[in-house]
Design a protein around this ligand. Structure first.
Ligand code: GDP
Length: 332
């Protein structure tokens, strides 16, 4: 475990690409203990200048879409191209820390064995079903450990999809054809969020359904508003199992980065991500600190009750809290 005494040495090992040091740094950054949080801060401050150089890719898809199989094949392709690849696999089935299933790790067997790869299963963020608030910091750690490509993988349900989109540059949605899945995807707003849509399992009997799904996505993309004016989301298909079409996905990602970097959008995107994260944390912190005051808590709860029981209009409740805050906390 990282402590005050071995912090410098741990950072040195992390920077040298030592996977054990990286894993330990991740555990530290995810820790809730206040002494760990101080150390995390020191560690992150030190590595900051060495961050920002990786491609940050998000991959989501419903369970069974083939994410692990795809990541294994895709990751191995990148390794063969001389890239160092890190996968942060968010596991929504384990909201409590420590108990993350190793499912994803064992399913990416080849990649898990590759020297140039690192796979980290992390539990999801608990109640909201979203990802951990530290997921962005895990990306920074991977960058400091010289990984060229950092992939955040998660199941496309609940909050997690939007949250992953908020910490990566390129959002890849892995889909399958048939069974009306493409219509579900369209309803869920996949096209507004995804930079690249990949329809997996383009093999055997599935091929016709995959071709139809591609067409449906393509026509839907013609009418929805795109995330960036300079990028029309790409629709591709592949077979992760038969290892076909994977290179095209990589080429589409490279092309996306090219377009985004040239237009200056990539830099803007990363700045926005940091600002959004900090704002959200500050807002949550402000609420935490307010709630820690008993008098406020009691007053607020009473207001909530009165609004709930139709004794006052919600707007009156808001006005009451506003006056309370001004009087008790922000009086000039
Ligand atoms: P995940 O839950 O999204 O991680 O999906 P998995 O990678 O575990 O795959 C779910 C199932 O789909 C497994 O039985 C895989 O073998 C299968 N699968 C994954 N990719 C493909 C593919 O390209 N073609 C076919 N036919 N099956 C696939």
């Amino acid at each position: 475990m990282i402590n005050e005494q071995n912090l410098d040495e741990s950072i040195r090992r992390l920077r040298a690409g030592d996977r054990v040091a990286l894993a330990q740094a991740m555990t530290l950054v995810e820790s809730q203990l206040s002494r760990h949080q101080m150390l995390s801060q020191q560690l992150l401050d030190t590595i900051m200048p060495a961050t920002g150089r990786a491609m940050r890719i998000g991959i989501t898809g419903t369970p069974g879409a083939g994410k692990s199989t795809f990541l294994n094949t895709f990751g191995m392709l990148l390794v063969s191209l001389g890239k160092r690849v890190a996968v942060i696999a968010v596991d929504p089935s384990s909201p409590l820390s420590g108990g993350s299933l190793l499912g994803d790790k064992t399913r990416m067997t080849e990649l898990a064995r590759a020297d140039a790869a690192f796979i980290r299963p992390v539990p999801s963020g608990g109640a909201t079903g979203g990802i951990s608030p530290h997921a962005g910091e895990l990306i920074l750690l991977c960058e400091a450990a010289n990984y060229d490509v950092v992939i955040v993988e998660t199941v496309g349900v609940g909050q997690s999809e939007t949250e992953v989109a908020g910490i990566v540059d390129c959002f890849v949605s892995l889909q399958i054809g048939g069974g009306g899945d493409e219509l579900q995807g369209i309803k869920k707003g996949i096209m507004e969020m995804a930079d690249i849509i990949v329809i997996n399992k383009d093999d055997g009997d599935n091929r016709a359904a995959v071709a139809i799904a591609r067409q449906i996505y393509d026509s839907a993309l013609a009418i929805v508003r795109h995330k960036y004016p300079q990028w029309r989301p790409a629709v591709l298909s592949c077979s992760a199992l038969e290892k076909r079409g994977i290179e095209d996905v990589w080429q589409a990602i490279v092309h996306f980065y090219d377009v985004m970097a040239k237009s200056g959008r990539l830099q803007l995107l990363r700045q926005q991500q940091t600002v959004t994260w900090l704002r959200k944390q500050v807002e949550e912190e402000a609420m935490r600190q307010l709630y820690a005051h008993r008098a406020f808590r009691e007053d607020f709860n009473q207001t909530l009750d009165e609004v709930k029981n139709h004794q006052q209009a919600p707007r009156t409740g808001l006005q009451h809290i506003r006056e309370y805050l001004q009087h008790h906390y922000f009086a000039q």
